[in-house]
Ligand binder design. Structure first.
Ligand SMILES: Nc1nc2c(ncn2[C@@H]2O[C@H](COP(=O)(O)OP(=O)(O)O)[C@@H](O)[C@H]2O)c(=O)[nH]1
Ligand SMILES: [Mg+2]
Length: 354
């Protein structure tokens, strides 16, 4: 069974092949699933870092400087920029392209913007595909830049091993990070534009928010990544790979916990970016040392598997004319109170999956 040529070339790091493979997967061309299954065994080695935050907070500038740090350290990096809010085709702002141009002749940096088409689910599937291709192609780090506009940061977070939340002073009085569900996904906080007034205040607000969410999750009985009294970054091999298990209270107290560091950066000059990178590496050591890496990757695999299955069910419903007609007919019955919505939904479901 020979390997497809585009896959062989991408695996050997051929940039054109990498780019082509990402497009084939992004466009879901016929046969893309076979290509995916060829590359997938080679994934899982890269450290995937997600950078998210409000528009204009300096994410692209930061990513550019992170790429430079990476290269100084002799590592390679693939960058996936996702910006569904960008009005430009291809999702990349002109400024981003100009900024990134200095990496253009460097084979150790690969930059890709994900298209703006498709809904959120489509974007996250395409992003996942790009990350896997870059991982298989041997990039040491894969950095995903995504604009934090709501659900997207949470979705992208499920792809990354390490999530950096970027905040900046002067975006309003209320802390931006307390938005429901967003605070929890930050493994690291970068307060960028430290040359601007108000940086200390943002740092203090993040610290308070972290403490509050720590108290909340302890009270709720959940596992908190910042709660507890275990030593800072203490590491022991407690993780049971790939298995979901109930943690007893004792176990939970003994499990080392991660205290999200809050770093200050000035992305324009690169100040603080080396430290940010060090903190990402430290986080990876924590993940690997505690078994949480396996847990996270299992969670990503689970959500992708279920997303793909539910996508198929959804397509079965909308693409199949018979099923679609039946759905319409059932909906009329529900509307006329001849049948209840659960009976209708279940009937339709049986019809699709059988
Ligand atoms: N003053 C200041 N400006 C910055 C800093 N980092 C980025 N910027 C500027 O902020 C603007 C938005 O940056 P960009 O990286 O495109 O933000 P993104 O939308 O989050 O990707 C640009 O004009 C940058 O030059 C910083 O540390 N200090
Ligand atoms: Mg950007």
């Amino acid at each position: 069974m020979g390997r497809t040529e585009v896959v062989s070339r991408a695996l050997s790091g051929d940039i054109r092949a990498v780019s082509r493979l990402i497009s084939l997967i992004e466009d879901c061309v016929p046969g893309f699933e076979g290509l995916y299954s060829e590359i997938y065994p080679f994934t899982g080695k890269a450290h995937v870092i997600g950078i998210t935050g409000p528009p204009g907070s300096g994410k692209s500038t930061l990513v550019d400087k992170m790429a430079a740090v990476c290269r100084e350290r002799g590592k390679t990096v693939g960058i996936v920029a996702v910006d569904p809010t960008s009005p430009f085709t291809g999702g990349a702002l002109l400024g981003d392209r100009l900024r990134m141009q200095r990496h253009a002749l460097d084979d150790g940096v690969f930059i890709r913007s994900m298209g703006t088409r498709g809904q959120l689910g489509g974007i996250s599937r395409a992003t996942s595909g790009a990350v896997d291709v870059l991982d298989a192609a041997g990039y040491d780090y894969v950095i995903i830049e995504t604009v934090g506009v709501g659900q997207s940061e949470v979705e992208i977070a499920s792809i990354a091993d390490t999530v950096v939340l970027v905040q900046v002073p002067g975006l309003g009085d209320d802390i931006q990070v307390i938005k429901a569900g967003v605070m929890e996904i930050g493994d690291l906080f970068a307060v960028n534009k430290k040359d601007r007034p108000g940086v200390e205040r943002v740092v203090a607000e993040i610290r308070i928010a972290l403490e509050l969410s720590s108290v909340a999750s302890r009270g709720g009985g959940g596992t908190s990544r910042i709660a507890g009294s275990a030593g800072h970054h203490g590491v022991s091999a407690l993780g049971a790979a790939g298995s979901e298990r109930e943690e007893t209270v004792d176990e939970e107290a003994a499990r080392p916990c991660w205290h999200p560091p809050i770093l200050q950066t000035l992305a324009e000059t690169g100040e603080g970016v080396g430290e940010l990178f060090d903190a990402c590496d430290e986080h990876m050591r924590y993940l690997a040392g505690t078994g949480e890496l396996d847990d996270r990757r299992y969670r990503r695999a689970r959500s992708e598997t279920m997303q793909i299955a539910s996508g198929r069910i959804w397509r079965g419903l909308t693409d199949d004319r018979g099923a679609f007609a039946a759905a319409e007919e059932l909906a009329w019955k529900v509307a006329r109170r001849e049948i209840d919505p659960y009976s209708a939904g279940n009937e339709l479901y049986e019809m699709i999956v059988k």
